[in-house]
Design a protein around this ligand. Structure first.
Ligand code: C2O
Ligand code: CU
Ligand code: CU
Length: 378
């Protein structure tokens, strides 16, 4: 079982090398040493991740810390601090069906029925106040473009307060936000003046309604005011650790030719016996991910988080709501991303490497994954 977003030793990271045999028990214990954020767990079995996540093995892990506890944000779990795991499923005679065709493996398995925390068409009743949502795209392959729509079809603005692995430094006002598989956001929506209002959470890309939100409960949890500053992030490239000779690693996403082509990173498919990258600990590096294909991918790393510095070779293309700690980044067709990353805390051996991969699970399971070690010296 992999803890996605968690900084932990590689021998309990739950990657492809830590298989839990049927009937076995897997115990992982570590000191939580990272900022407050919304993480999640899911299995990571070689070639079987997509099927197992699809069939329901996925859940959130919320990390709180002194800083998050002190911020004036909604934080009453289930009342004004609401987790939303969004997925899409195919039901066949009432049963979850996972039987992707070749085509669905290539383009990722998307399905027509959207579910939230396991439920179809849920109705959420909220208080007349600021409400915080922690949203995980828990789908195998679907990219969502989330918006909150009022009864007059107008998009309601909201404030994004967190990316995958931490708060943003300041909230960013948004009217829609894209999330590729495994990405998380936290947002705050102000329903203070919306007594008896009816809203829906929609996916603009598929024009699907995901959930109804009715503002129909008196406010009993504390009223909150959005803090001007949420946290301070270390951005590596702007600070003292900036080093012009920083190591640049390049990762090009691809696929071998033919009907039964495999997905690749730098021309090779995932091989459990191969260490693809050896990364020195405590060193800031630039990783460049290139998607030369006509389809969407994303890129996720284990062990730590990163900070995006360029999209398509230009820092001006990085939107404000992505200027935070992330572990997964979306790559539109024919695009590239550069991020700075620093491995900290744990070194690995060759038998327990960390993984990086596309988090479109059909791509991950069909080769678009690699392994890296974190070493004292390389
Ligand atoms: Cu959600 Cu290898 O991870
Ligand atoms: Cu992960
Ligand atoms: Cu992909």
């Amino acid at each position: 079982m992999h803890n996605h977003g968690m900084h932990l030793p590689s021998n309990i990271d739950g990657g492809v090398h830590q298989v839990i045999e049927a009937g076995d028990t897997f115990i992982a214990s570590w000191t939580v040493n990272q900022k407050a954020c919304t993480n999640w767990y899911h299995p990571h079995l070689m070639g079987k991740t997509a099927a197992q996540v699809y069939k329901g093995l996925a859940g959130l892990v919320i990390i709180n810390d002194i800083e998050s506890n002190a911020l004036d944000l909604p934080k009453t779990y289930g009342i004004d601090d609401i987790p939303l795991i969004i997925q899409d499923k195919v039901f066949n005679a009432g049963q979850l069906d996972y039987s992707p065709s070749r085509q669905q493996i290539t383009h990722g398995y998307t399905a027509e029925t959207l579910i939230v925390n396991g439920g179809i068409n849920p109705i959420l009743s909220v208080e007349t106040k600021q409400i915080r949502f922690r949203i995980l795209n828990g789908s195998n392959a679907r990219v969502y473009n989330f918006a909150i729509i009022d009864s007059g079809s107008t998009r309601k603005s909201f404030t994004q307060i967190a990316t995958d692995n931490a708060f943003l430094e300041q909230g960013v006002s948004m009217t829609s936000v894209k999330l590729s598989p495994a990405e998380r956001i936290e947002i705050v929506v102000d329903f203070t003046n919306d007594d008896n209002g009816n809203f829906t959470l929609n996916d603009l890309d598929s024009s699907k309604e995901i959930m109804q939100i009715n503002v129909d409960r008196p406010s009993v949890t504390p009223t909150t005011t959005m803090p001007a500053q949420l946290t301070t992030l270390s951005k590596f490239h702007l600070a003292d650790d900036f080093n012009i000779n920083m190591m640049l690693r390049s990762f090009t996403l691809g696929r071998t030719r033919g009907m039964n082509g495999r997905f690749t990173i730098n021309g090779v498919s995932m091989d459990r016996a191969v260490i693809n990258q050896r990364v020195p600990i405590n060193t800031v590096e630039i990783w460049e991910i290139i998607n030369p294909m006509g389809m969407v991918h994303n890129f996720h790393i284990h062990a730590t988080h990163f900070f995006i510095i360029e999209r398509d070779d230009d820092s001006a293309n990085v939107p404000a709501n992505e200027k935070g700690y992330k572990d997964t980044v979306r790559l539109e067709p024919n695009s590239s991303v550069k991020f700075v990353v620093k491995m900290v805390d744990y070194t690995t051996t060759d038998t327990t490497p960390y993984m990086f991969h596309c988090h479109i699970l059909e791509h991950e399971d069909h080769g678009m994954m690699g392994q890296f070690t974190v070493q004292q010296s390389v």
